[in-house]
Design a protein. Structure first.
Length: 120
């Protein structure tokens, strides 16, 4: 099993601030309102996959916007496999819930949420 981020960097601590630079004003953090610059979604929206951030920078220097599959990590997906060419099976993490407001009302994140997101 790969190490967890806190095994390398220490136990996470709540609080603090997140600072990032973008080239436009932020009118909203809602990605569906049409005014949000897409370059900051990764700062606050969890994805199915992301870059594995605990790889030694000597191996992957993180200078590029695209990394190969060997540098991928699951966020909402725990494991994945290609069962045949063109077929990706994703196994979702258990115990992930939507925020407790309508319409999801705190329900668990399930496969149909992924299907809806990918197919609209």
């Amino acid at each position: 099993m790969p190490p967890e981020l806190w095994d390398i960097l220490g136990t996470p601590q709540y609080g603090g601030s997140l600072t990032f630079a973008i080239n436009t004003n932020i009118a909203s953090f809602d990605p569906h309102d049409g005014t949000q610059p897409t370059q900051i979604y990764n700062e606050y929206l969890e994805q199915l996959f992301t870059t594995e951030w605990i790889i030694d920078p000597a191996i992957n220097p993180y200078h590029f916007g695209f990394w190969g599959n060997s540098y991928a990590a699951g966020w909402l997906v725990q494991t994945w496999e290609f069962t045949s060419p063109g077929t990706l099976v994703m196994h979702l993490r258990q115990g992930i819930h939507w925020q407790n407001i309508a319409p999801a009302n705190g329900r668990e994140f399930v496969a149909s949420d992924v299907v809806f997101t990918l197919t609209g």
